[in-house]
Design a protein around this ligand. Structure first.
Ligand code: AMP
Length: 279
C-alpha cells in the first residue's frame, strides 16, 4: 500500500530523509481523479528519480465562485490503486485546513503571463495555482517536478515562478496524453462534441504542414471547426508566441494554438504547438 501523508511537516520530514539518503526526488502535483495523463507524468518521474511523491489536493484557491469545486471528482482509493500500478513512494494528500491554516494571507501572483486566456476568464485562478504549487514545492522539496503540456499556460507561469523566485529545482513539461480519437485526457468528463477541440487543433496543424504560415488563416481554420459544432461555445481560440503568449501575425518558426470552450456543461481546454519546439 502506498502511504498517504496528511501533514505538511510529516511530508517534509519524509522527503528530507529520502534526499538525505541520496535519492533524487521527483514530484507530481495533481488534483486527483487520476487518468493516463497524470500517470504519464508519474512514469516520467519514475524514470528520472529514485523516489516519487504524488500530491492529490483539490485546491479551493484556484476555483472561482460558480466553478466546479464541489463537483470536482474525488476518488482517493481509486487513485491509490492506479498509482500502485505505476509505482510511487508516497501520496501527499492534505486537507484544505492543513494547507491554508487560519490567518493564511500570502499569495504568489504573475501579473504578465496570467493576464490572458485562463487567467482572464478565471480571475484569481493562476494566483491559486501558483500559491499552492509554491507551497507544495516548499513542503516536498523535490529535485524535479513534472507538469503536463495540456495546461500550457499553467506550465509557463510555473516555469516563470521557479525562475523568478530562485526555486532550486528542475521543471519538466510532459506531452499531452490523448484518447485514441484525439480527445485530451481530463478529469472533467467530456465526450462527443468535446472532440471538436482536438479536431480544430488537428485541422490547423494540417494547414501548417501544407505550408500555411498566416496566423489569421490558421486560426480561422481552427475556429471554423469549433463553430461548426452545435452546442459548443468558444471561450477563446488564439495563436500565440509559445513563450510570451503574445498574438502572432505569422506562425514562424512556431506558434502555440490555444483553445477553450464550453461543451455540454463542461469547460475544456486544449492546445497544440504548430512548428518546431523552441531550442
Ligand atoms: P490536474 O489534476 O488537472 O491539476 O493535473 C495535474 C497535472 O497533470 C498537471 O500538470 C496537468 O497539466 C497534467 N495533465 C492533466 N491532463 C493531462 C494530459 N491529458 N496529458 C498530460 N498531462 C496532463
Amino acid at each position: 500500500m502506498i502511504p498517504i501523508v496528511r501533514g505538511c511537516r510529516e511530508m517534509t520530514r519524509l522527503a528530507r530523509e529520502w534526499r538525505g539518503a541520496g535519492a533524487a526526488l521527483g514530484f507530481v502535483p495533481t488534483m486527483g481523479a487520476l487518468h493516463e495523463g497524470h500517470l504519464s507524468l508519474v512514469k516520467a518521474a519514475r524514470a528520472r528519480c529514485a523516489r516519487v511523491v504524488v500530491s492529490i489536493f483539490v485546491n479551493p484557491l484556484q476555483f472561482g465562485p460558480g466553478e466546479d469545486l464541489e463537483r470536482y471528482p474525488r476518488d482517493l482509493e481509486g487513485d491509490r490503486e492506479k498509482l500502485a500500478a505505476v509505482g510511487c513512494d508516497a501520496i501527499f494528500s492534505a486537507s484544505a485546513q492543513e494547507v491554508y491554516p487560519q490567518g493564511f494571507a500570502t499569495h504568489v501572483v504573475n501579473e504578465r503571463l496570467s493576464a490572458r486566456f485562463e487567467g482572464a476568464l478565471r480571475p484569481g485562478h493562476f494566483r491559486g495555482v501558483l500559491t499552492v504549487v509554491a507551497k507544495l514545492l516548499h513542503v516536498v522539496q523535490p529535485d524535479v517536478a513534472f507538469f503536463g503540456q495540456k495546461d500550457a499556460q499553467q506550465a509557463l507561469v510555473i516555469r516563470r515562478m521557479v525562475a523568478d523566485l530562485n526555486m532550486p529545482l528542475e521543471i519538466v513539461v510532459c506531452p499531452t496524453m490523448r484518447e485514441p480519437d484525439g480527445l485530451a485526457m481530463s478529469s472533467r468528463k467530456g465526450r462527443g462534441r468535446a472532440l471538436a477541440l482536438s479536431r480544430a487543433l488537428a485541422a490547423a496543424q494540417a494547414e501548417y504542414a501544407s505550408g500555411e504560415r498566416s496566423a489569421a488563416a490558421l486560426l480561422a481554420r481552427a475556429r471554423r471547426e469549433l463553430e461548426e459544432t452545435r452546442g459548443l461555445s468558444i471561450d477563446y481560440a488564439a495563436l500565440v508566441d509559445p513563450q510570451t503568449l503574445a498574438d502572432l501575425e505569422r506562425c514562424e518558426p512556431s506558434g502555440l494554438l490555444l483553445v477553450a470552450a464550453r461543451v455540454e456543461g463542461t469547460r475544456l481546454i486544449d492546445n497544440a504547438l504548430l512548428g518546431p519546439p523552441a531550442g
